[in-house]
Design a protein around this ligand. Sequence first.
Ligand code: HEM
Length: 236
Amino acid sequence: MQWALFNLDGLLFLLRWGHFIFGIAWIGMLWYFNFVQGPFFAKADAATKTEATKGLVPKALFYFRYGAMGTFFTGWIIIAIKFGQAGPAGSALFNSSWAATILTGAIMGSVMWFNVWFVIWPRQKKVIASANGEKVENLPALARRAFLASRTNTLLSVPLLFFMGAASHLTIRVDEGRVGLWLLIVLVLVGLIEANALLADKGPTTKPIEKVSGVIHYGLLLAVVFYVLSEVILHH
Ligand code: HEM
């Protein structure tokens, strides 16, 4: 059959389509929480907050966490198929601009997925339980950690989308053997940003992400820093 969708490339395309749909649901909700709901909650009275936490937040969190799951799996399946297709040319593919950029985005996105499912969601469940009248210990600390993880995801979403889009639409010169080093540096830098989300409470490292304007500006700055570093590291 000559139809475009009925072959492996068609399957890859369908996975990409699913990837955008899940990705939009996820990052759309993430930005809604950070840019819309957070500032509203900061000014709302206690009764309004409780009502919204019971009636609105659970539904938003449903699309948020399953969006994250779908984005994560479709993304890694595409990467696995691409390397599978490359076969013995896998190492040439790894040493390409495509792999350097998509794996940079994938590292950021995977840390963000971890934050959704293992940091934000377990704590948000307790916030919802408390709004429903259950007694929850340490609620402010739990909510603060979920907030910092959510802000960190918002921060990372900006460079993530830069590198995700760059994979097929921006070619960075890559010298032999540099991609491994580059990805190691990405892992360390993203690891430090994640350590800040998981361990810090208040201070100079959390200050840049406390406010909406801060997280947008620092997200853009981070994209520039990662891009400049990628040009410096990926070729001599
Ligand atoms: C969670 C980890 C993620 C992985 C492993 C991943 C992986 C991928 C892969 C393999 C592609 C295909 C690249 C190509 O066609 O050359 C892609 C494209 C894309 N991804 Fe992701 N992704 C992740 C997260 C995200 C997130 C959170 C978003 C946010 C919406 C996103 C948005 C996109 C977009 C817009 C493209 C299209 C790029 C293009 O071809 O123009 N991805 N991603």
